[in-house]
Design a protein around this ligand. Structure first.
Ligand code: UDP
Length: 248
């Protein structure tokens, strides 16, 4: 989104809006009021690293209406490159904030993604926390190509104001980019593994890890299978340092 209210950071070719959570929520409210289908991405270093060699993914990121810094890697990288960035704006925190505001404003939310039953459970838990929350639909994220048309019809029929897509990145970003205009939903957000945590199926990192920006370490310790994916983090850091000291 081109907006003079804040700067954009160029992190290895991906443009990131240096917004606070409050600013991000204001933008989303504007998007919902205007009703123009929009893509909101909470970006992490793994995805930026994948986008280095994936022009299509880079274009998806750079044409999204709002891109926030989800991971500490992005915040670290932005600071190394000289940008002023206050804090992370994570997908899971954004879901909480949006549910809080939606319960007051009457916005409808559709939960799409994660294993069967998980989206329903996350929606139930959030409805208990934010009274009056209008959940207009839930659907798991395991489907084949033949089912996509029906999924789109179901979402469209409920006309949500917000669509949370928890298919993991970059799958969710590709889905939103491809179908947002057909769906006609104003605020489409990729929220990664958030439903797993919101439903209680997985634990979010304890406060210690969050406070010291070590959520990535907690995820690695609790899910060692992520090791391969997380190998991109040191490579991302090297690229940032190369950019800082050698300009390339
Ligand atoms: N997922 C899904 N459909 C798929 C693949 C993954 O719904 O085809 C879900 C998966 O069940 C999990 C989420 O997407 O809930 C991905 O979580 P992960 O923590 O890997 O995502 P990240 O936050 O790292 O993007």
């Amino acid at each position: 989104m081109t907006d003079k209210r804040w700067t954009k950071a160029n992190i290895l070719g991906c443009m990131i809006d240096l917004v606070t959570m409050e600013e991000a929520l204001e933008v989303i409210e504007e998007i919902i009021n205007k009703r123009k289908p929009s893509h909101i991405i909470t970006l992490n270093a793994e995805i930026v690293y994948s986008a280095l060699n994936d022009q299509i993914l880079r274009e998806i990121i750079n044409t999204a209406q709002l891109v926030t810094a989800d991971g500490i890697g992005i915040v670290w990288g932005a600071r190394r490159l000289g940008y002023k960035i206050k804090d992370r704006v994570t997908g899971i925190d954004m879901v909480h904030q949006l549910c809080r505001i939606a319960s007051v404003k009457g916005w409808k939310i559709f939960f799409f993604g994660a294993a069967p039953g998980v989206a329903d459970l996350a929606a139930q838990k959030l409805s208990m926390q934010y009274h009056g929350l209008k959940v207009c639909g839930c659907r798991d994220g395991y489907f084949n190509d033949q089912e996509i048309e029906k999924i789109i019809e179901d979402i469209e029929e409920q006309s949500p104001d917000i669509l949370l897509v928890a298919l993991g990145a970059p799958k969710q970003e590709i889905f939103i980019n491809k179908y947002k205009n057909l769906l006609g939903v104003p605020a489409c957000l990729g929220v990664g593994g958030s439903f797993d945590v919101l439903s209680g199926k997985k634990l979010r990192a304890p406060q210690f890890f969050i406070k010291f920006n070590l959520e990535w370490l907690y995820r690695l310790l609790s899910e060692p299978s992520r090791f391969r994916r997380q190998l991109s983090l040191p490579k991302f850091a090297l690229k940032i340092l190369k950019k800082k000291y050698f300009g390339r």
